[in-house]
Write a protein that binds this ligand. Structure first.
Ligand code: SAM
Ligand code: SF4
Length: 335
């Protein structure tokens, strides 16, 4: 049990840690990565043992929810060692939830193992139900592999939330299909506005950006969205689709400020802590981690970092500059 909760300067309790366990991925989604991405040299990555120690320190300091992400978390070699080990905090009751965000490509192999480790819910990113479009969007992905992974996750009893980035002219004609399909499969669905993170080459963000207010208006022509106060502690606003009974969430960083209730911080696979997804300030935790076997230096560095968590982000898709508001890619901090 934590002795003193982590409170930021605005009185927000930090209880949610997202960890990007690798910056690598087996896809190259057009809004996330350039095709010729350069990844970190393996030597710069924290070991699985170091990641465990960092996560466990955060849990001791009051983190109740841990999400593993990436890059693609399930392509990190030996990832189940880390997940199995972190599961011990669920057993002691020090952690409420251990979960992950994945592109689903490896789920067929891992779903049952994840469930056995104590994972109950996962987020799977899927922007389209059309195989050709899926391959065009992910550059390297195969839709049938992800679909098989989803069935394996269902069979393992995992609750599934589908994350879809809303992309103008790409999947904005598929919202009805996604809602109907999620209804049939028993999945919740969250639509996400594209965020200006990292240079992605030729696919200009301005062309991809679709305000979700427009998506919602379009959806409401065919579906009844009932208001709900359901929250997951995250930035999504949820509705219940009356016709399917499933939840539909909207994450709107560009048109709506969701920062007031932010309870999270993000750790990269090199041990850098970002206090805000949309700001560049970061704290190095690798040095204090490696400086001593005792966690005192690490705890002090974490407290010092939380003390400068900013009030919020200032994402803007700049029409004049056409450059990314935040230079790092989403795969670094994991979304
Ligand atoms: N590879 C895993 C996956 O795709 O689920 C986890 C990491 S991925 C970076 C996490 C989420 O960020 C995915 O749902 C992805 O669609 C989203 N994402 C990536 N780049 C984004 C961007 N520029 N704007 C909004 N969402 C983005
Ligand atoms: Fe990989 Fe996820 Fe980024 Fe797609 S969104 S390239 S799956 S990290």
């Amino acid at each position: 049990m934590p002795t003193i909760a982590m409170l930021d300067p605005f009185g927000r309790t930090i209880s949610y840690l997202r960890v990007s366990v690798t910056d690598r991925c087996d896809f190259r989604c057009v809004y996330c990565m350039a095709e010729d991405m350069t990844f970190l040299p393996k030597a710069e990555l924290l070991s699985l043992e170091e990641l465990d120690r960092l996560c466990s320190t955060f849990i001791r300091m009051g983190v109740r929810k841990l999400r593993l992400t990436g890059g693609e978390p399930l392509v990190r070699r030996g990832i189940m060692t880390l997940i199995d080990s972190l599961g011990r905090h669920l057993n002691t009751g020090d952690l409420d939830e251990l979960t992950l965000t994945t592109n689903g490509s490896q789920l067929e192999k891992y779903a049952a193992l994840l469930a056995a480790a104590g994972v109950r819910r996962i987020n799977v990113s899927l922007d389209t139900l059309q195989a050709d479009k899926f391959t065009a969007l992910t550059r390297w992905g195969k839709l049938d592999k992800v679909m098989a992974g989803l069935q394996a996750a269902k069979a393992a009893g995992l609750q599934i939330k589908i994350n879809a980035v809303a992309l103008r002219g790409i999947n904005d004609n598929e919202f009805d299909d996604l809602i109907a399909w999620c209804g049939e499969e028993g999945f919740d669905l969250v639509l996400i506005e594209v965020m200006p993170m990292g240079e992605i080459g030729d696919a200009a963000r301005l062309d991809q950006y679709l305000p979700l207010s427009m998506a919602r208006a379009q959806i409401q022509r065919h579906w009844t969205l009932d208001e709900t106060d359901y929250r997951t502690g995250g930035p999504a606003r949820y509705y219940v689709v009356r016709e399917t009974g499933r939840r539909l969430g909207f994450i709107t960083p560009m048109t709506h400020n969701f920062c007031e209730s932010c309870n999270r911080v993000r750790l990269t696979c090199t041990g850098t802590l970002y206090m805000c997804l949309g700001q560049n300030d970061a704290a190095d935790l690798r040095t204090p981690l490696r400086q001593s076997e005792n966690d005192a230096l690490l705890e002090a560095a974490i407290r010092e970092a939380i003390a400068r968590k900013p009030k919020g982000h200032d994402f803007v898709i700049d029409r004049r500059q056409r450059t990314a508001a935040v230079p790092r890619h989403m795969s670094v901090t994991g979304g």
